[in-house]
Design a protein around this ligand. Structure first.
Ligand SMILES: O=C(O)C(=O)C[C@@H](O)[C@H](O)[C@H](O)COP(=O)(O)O
Length: 361
């Protein structure tokens, strides 16, 4: 088992669930305690897909007595107020106290929802993230962003609430459908363009191993991304500055995600393309750099264009982004190799033009 740790995050990486209790003991500064000697009750929240592929393996390894499960339907629709309320009611019925633990076993939806339940229940109880998708392992399970959507508005209700730790079983990715893997690759690629440009070369050079889900390649990319994310969150936990780089592709992306009913990762690669196009227009970057982005998207089959909604509909969702202020859309744009910067001076007309350029002809 490997560990990434700083003042804000504790992340454990392994290739099975057997060391989960060891990790639990480490963060609680105990030795060889069973989970029920540390917590009086445990609620495991998961979704229908993970229930079929991973959940029994995880629960078996827990060896716990007082465990209840709550399984939500798979998909973004579960990240809503209605499900949030149902999980809270279940927690109350199952007798969870302030000495209980919530464990999120699943992708970003399960993690964000469970984290917000944990943050709210009895004003906050411990929770642990056990991400089973690539997207959750490299991004959403780290850093403490929890929350739910309100209709088409993504993540507008939530809290910064850190998990006690994140336990990543990289081998869970082997059962991941290709579409779900691709979804996570978008966030993986993002790290290269916001923080570590050499990582893009690694991705291109090792694309066959990554796409074949070879253990060593998976472990390398998950660890690399988790390290970057943990560092960024340690420097700026509440998104006052540096953490905003993680939103590269998300301001545009959130605009198309809900309207086009596409996966989060697909929306992020389309969103990154919009940001790249805007940077090109402003001469912040050159064609060669943009082409590298297109090359990596092609390699991992990440979309860069969308179809459907009108430009103004996309813009109107972008205007509700949490990073905006004083009626300005704030967005991260590529400025040099492996670096993005925040801009708030882009007028609506230019944004609409860029959105149009990213629509399938
Ligand atoms: O952890 C962060 O900070 C991020 O921005 C990571 C994003 O990739 C992630 O999708 C996040 O949930 C988006 O956050 P939001 O603040 O735009 O809702």
């Amino acid at each position: 088992m490997e560990k990434i740790e700083n003042k804000v995050c504790s992340i454990f990486l392994d290739e099975n669930y057997r060391s989960f209790t060891k990790a639990l003991n480490q963060v609680n500064s105990t030795t060889d305690k069973n989970i029920n000697e540390i917590y009086d009750r445990v609620l495991v929240i998961s979704d229908e897909n993970v229930y079929k592929t991973q959940l029994h393996k995880f629960i078996d390894s827990l060896n716990a007595k007082f465990v209840s499960e709550y399984i939500v339907p798979a998909g973004e629709e579960s990240k809503c107020i209605d499900t949030f309320q149902k999980v809270l009611e279940h927690a109350l019925k199952a007798g969870l106290t302030r000495k209980s633990l919530i464990i999120a076993v699943g992708g970003g939806v399960v993690g964000d929802l469970s984290g917000y339940v944990a943050a709210s229940y009895m004003r906050g109880i411990d929770f642990v993230q056990v991400p089973t998708t690539l997207l959750a392992q490299v991004d959403s399970s780290i850093g403490g962003k929890t929350g739910i959507n309100l209709g088409t508005y993504k993540n507008v209700v939530g809290a910064f609430y850190q998990p006690k730790f994140t336990f990543i079983n990289v081998s869970a990715l082997r059962t991941l459908p290709d579409s779900e893997f691709r979804n996570g690759m978008s966030e993986v690629v993002k790290y290269g363009f916001i923080y570590d440009y050499e990582f893009i070369d690694y991705l291109l050079e090792n694309s066959d191993d990554i796409l074949d889900k070879r253990d060593s390649a998976l472990r390398y990319i998950v660890k690399k991304c988790a390290e970057i994310k943990a560092h960024v969150v340690e420097v700026d936990e509440k998104e006052g500055g540096l953490r905003k780089i993680l939103n590269f592709g998300h301001t545009f992306g959130h605009g198309v995600e809900k309207l086009c009913h596409i996966a989060h990762g697909e929306a992020v690669s389309i969103g990154m393309n919009m940001a790249f196009k805007l940077s090109l227009k402003r001469n912040l970057i050159n064609e060669e750099y943009y082409n590298k982005f297109l090359q990596v998207c092609e390699k991992f089959n990440l979309p860069t264009e969308f179809e459907g909604p009108e430009e103004h509909e996309v813009l109107s969702i972008m205007k509700t982004d949490k990073k905006n202020s004083f009626s300005k859309v704030n967005m991260m744009l590529p400025v040099e190799h492996g670096k993005v910067d925040l801009f708030n001076d882009v007028d609506d007309e230019t944004i609409l033009e860029i959105i149009k350029e990213c629509k399938y002809a």
